[in-house]
Design a protein around this ligand. Structure first.
Ligand code: SF4
Length: 499
């Protein structure tokens, strides 16, 4: 009896890719593959029978990274011809058969619109002993209808739309993921209810541009209505969303956030630049005053809201004055964190052919100054929380330990990361991932908080109940999957969150 073939999915880029990778894993497991366990049978070097690259095309070096990784697999595949390599995602959608031309040992190339085809294409490539390249120009089926294998026991991504109608000049996403397509609200709510029934307590609504959700079926308030509807789902503890676009961020969304208890006071809103001249050149259809106006209204409605952002420095034509405008917005907006990127020319985008490309040393200098300011403000904002009591959703994975203290980690409603002492002497029982604990903040660091002392309250959730049995697969509390908990999107280092 032949053992099941193993698979591994390597994910690059944004949350949309993380979501799609959960679908790719679900599809392969549905087709009888099992997840490759590195080091199983004591052979760390052993490779999966099928390796899938879910690629990103946002940054210039994305190509080099892919071909570099592929070349590492070439000798392994030569030694094991049964092994298969598949490449999907945005770079596959862009490069198509160039990938098999450059790396003829690749078996399958599939795009962003047909991730559901992977198992069939793998089988066809195996039987016909010929590489299969299948790229569609528009969406085959909504990825959310495909089987999924979620990374987290208690948190899930739920996509509300795919594609984007905007045309930011530095961005390649619209040409690779197409125009915006919206899911029907009923379908989204049904998926959320099913997830909650499975033990999920936190969901993140996902889209390249969530607050234009509903444009396809003509309801400009569809997103705020969706948030309010999530408020009525019993057992759903936390709702987050990513990414909104400032140009379409309307007050009905702020009201829905403030008035719906399980919608968290946390917002990731890409700024990209604080200079009106640069925002115009980026075709970001809002200006500094509008952006700061939104921040002000969010803070008025939710004083404890944490706001994070994305910023690009060194966009073509950016002067020191433009850069100073970005620093001004950062000082006023008081972000709790920011993903900062040095502009990288992306072939195929309008900005790539603009004159006035900024010299790399100038970009680097501005980048360092920006990061220093962002980190200082994030730390100052964190220090204001020392002494506060916070309810955390307990994460999978160990907290920051030191010689004396064993800590676990969790995230607050504002999605700040807190390492808390695993002292349950004042409550009944111990917390499991997905449960909710109340702690007192005792220390602030630039990118996390610490809560030492006994846990003050413990609220068990369905996720905690569901977590234990699921552990049959992995080790007890402590060995996370190394992926940040869902929530504030943590774009993997090579891609700014869209929106
Ligand atoms: S940056 Fe975001 S909003 Fe702009 S085109 Fe890309 S995906 Fe759309």
């Amino acid at each position: 009896m032949t053992s099941a073939r193993t698979y591994e999915v390597r994910t690059y880029g944004c949350q949309m890719n993380v979501h799609d990778s959960e679908r790719l894993s679900g599809l392969l497991e549905d087709a009888g593959y099992v997840r490759h366990q590195a080091g199983a049978d004591g052979d760390q070097a052993a490779c999966a029978d099928v390796v899938v690259f879910n690629t990103c095309a946002v940054r210039e070096n994305a190509d080099n990274k892919l071909y570099g990784n592929l070349s590492h697999l070439a000798p392994i595949k030569a030694a094991n011809p049964q092994m298969q390599i598949a490449v999907g995602g945005c770079l596959a959608q862009k490069d198509r058969s160039t990938i098999t031309a450059k790396a003829p040992y690749v078996d399958v190339v599939f795009g962003t619109h047909n991730i559901g085809s992977l198992p069939v294409l793998l089988e066809r490539a195996r039987v016909q002993e010929e590489a299969q390249v299948e790229i569609l120009e528009s969406l085959e089926v909504f990825p959310s209808t495909l089987p999924t294998k979620r990374e987290s026991a208690y948190a899930a991504w739920v996509s509300v739309s795919v594609g984007c109608n905007n045309t930011c000049t530095f961005c390649i996403v619209p040409s690779l993921r197409g125009k915006e397509k919206d899911r029907r609200p009923g379908e989204i709510l049904a998926e959320i209810e099913a997830l909650v029934a499975e033990g999920v307590s936190e969901i993140t609504l996902l889209g390249q541009n969530v607050n234009s959700y509903g444009v396809e079926f003509g309801d400009r308030q569809a997103f705020s209505k969706l948030l309010r509807a999530c408020g009525g789902i019993e057992g759903l503890e936390r709702v987050r969303f990513t990414s909104p676009h400032p140009a379409e961020f309307t007050d009905d969304v702020i009201e829905a956030m403030a008035e719906t208890p399980n919608v968290m006071p946390q917002l990731h809103m890409p700024l990209q630049s604080g200079s009106d001249r640069m925002l115009k050149a980026m075709r970001r259809s809002y200006r500094q005053s509008k952006y700061l106006g939104i921040i002000e209204r969010v803070r008025a409605a939710m004083p404890d809201a944490a706001i994070t952002t994305d910023i690009i420095v060194g966009f073509p034509g950016e002067t020191e004055e433009d850069f100073q405008a970005t620093l001004d917005v950062v000082r006023q907006a008081r972000f709790s964190g920011a993903f900062t990127f040095q502009y990288s020319k992306r072939p195929g985008t309008p900005a790539a052919v603009l004159d006035d490309q900024v010299p790399p040393e100038v970009v680097k200098d501005r980048y360092n100054r920006l990061v220093d300011l962002v980190n200082q403000i994030a730390w100052d904002e964190n220090k204001l929380l020392v002494g506060r009591e916070v309810e955390l959703m307990v994460a999978e994975g160990e907290g920051r330990k030191d010689a004396a203290t064993h800590r676990l980690s969790g995230r607050g409603p504002d999605n700040r990361l807190v390492h808390f002492e695993a002292d349950f002497s004042a409550v009944e029982g111990e917390a499991r991932p997905g449960d909710l604990v109340t702690v007192g903040i005792t220390y602030a660091a630039p990118h996390h908080l610490v809560a030492d002392g006994p846990v003050r309250a413990l609220r068990r959730t369905r996720s905690g109940d569901a977590w234990a049995p699921r552990q049959g697969r992995a080790a007890p509390v402590g060995v996370g999957l190394g992926m940040p908990t869902v929530g504030v999107p943590a774009p993997l280092p090579d891609a700014p969150a869209c929106g």
